[in-house]
Design a protein around this ligand. Structure first.
Ligand SMILES: [Zn+2]
Length: 85
């Protein structure tokens, strides 16, 4: 579980996401499937808890609460969709 409290903490992950431009598949609102650098897909869940945005990724980094580029990519798409609602 990755708490998206500030951009700084996510800066590296966002940078990686921009570099790699992973494919992000929309499953449902808050549920995404993001392609990793090895080609396999990871599922990312985005939600809000107590006003804090949270992204949950099932990759090795994500499970260790480290911001990964999958979470950053999914969060980018998620906030775009959320703002259209
Ligand atoms: Zn991940």
């Amino acid at each position: 579980m990755i708490e998206l409290r500030n951009e700084q903490q996510l800066a590296k992950a966002i940078e990686r996401a921009k570099e790699i431009k992973p494919r992000v598949k929309f499953i449902t609102f808050g549920q995404y499937s993001v392609q990793g650098s090895t080609g396999s897909f990871y599922s990312v869940t985005c939600f809000k808890r107590n006003g804090i945005r949270i992204a949950d990724c099932d990759c090795v980094a994500g499970m260790r609460n480290k911001p990964c580029f999958h979470a950053a990519a999914a969060a980018g798409l998620h906030s775009g969709i959320a703002s259209m609602r």
